[in-house]
Design a protein around this ligand. Structure first.
Ligand code: GSH
Length: 227
């Protein structure tokens, strides 16, 4: 049995976007796993990983931290299960896509929803989240909230290439979903779990794609506590 360490907010919300990548990858591989919720500010709870972030998985004696490393570990350790990357080229393209999502899409989504995230983290994490986010964003959460409409527009402009791609194919990876889909989906699942505001218009090809993602694995990502 594999254990996944991830963040838990108010109302049992599992909101770590990077952990959603690991969750979907584990499901894709058909692997059973148990989850271990932790608080954002409780670094003692994850000291065993020699790091300060989740996701972390433990598979028997092997501990792996970092969502990308977890995906690579699962692909290499369970080669007979459905592929996450589809070979060396797919792995390389997925890693490039991972960098783009992390450096362009995640910061843009953060600007749009960070105020809502702050309202839904565990009470003991509120001060930690505010301090770390205000340092990154160089403004108060309240100022970020006031600029939300502009932030959602900026997010839409950044996602325009994916709108074009998803008009032509059902999934980021083509006819069926794989790891690059989970990379992008994690950002929308983060928003869905932590923010009551919709960031996608119904006519956006990403809206229909997100709907397809929510249906995967028996509605695994749909049937969770959300905002
Ligand atoms: N590159 C890492 C990023 C992981 C990450 O930043 N995780 C966040 C939660 S979504 C975290 O644990 N942050 C801890 C902190 O801010 O102290 C990955 O892909 O796993």
């Amino acid at each position: 049995m594999i254990t996944l360490w991830e963040l838990e907010g108010k109302g049992g919300r599992r909101y770590s976007l990077f952990s959603w990548r690991a969750r979907m990858a584990l499901r894709h591989k058909g692997l059973d796993f148990a989850t271990q919720p932790v608080c954002l500010s409780d670094k003692k709870a994850i000291e065993f990983s020699s790091g300060k972030t989740v996701p972390i998985i433990r598979d028997n004696d092997t501990v792996v931290r970092d969502s990308w490393k977890i995906a690579e570990y699962l692909e290499d350790r369970y080669p007979q299960a459905p592929a996450l990357f589809g070979g060396a080229i797919g792995r390389g393209v997925s890693q490039s896509f991972n960098a783009w999502v992390d450096r362009a899409v995640v910061p843009a989504m953060m600007q749009a929803i960070v105020f809502d995230v702050h309202e839904r983290v565990a009470p003991q994490d509120e001060a930690y989240l505010r301090e770390s986010m205000e340092r990154v964003l160089r403004k108060t959460l309240e100022a970020t909230r006031a600029e939300r409409v502009e932030a959602v527009k900026r997010l839409g402009r950044i996602l325009e290439p994916m709108q074009a791609a998803l008009k032509r194919q059902l999934f980021v990876c083509g006819a069926s979903p794989a790891y690059a889909d989970y990379i992008l989906f994690s950002v929308f699942q983060w928003a869905r779990v932590m923010s009551p505001d919709e960031v996608l218009a119904p006519e956006d090809p990403l809206f229909a794609w997100r709907g397809r993602m929510l249906e995967l694995f028996g509605g695994f990502a749909r049937e969770v506590p959300t905002a």
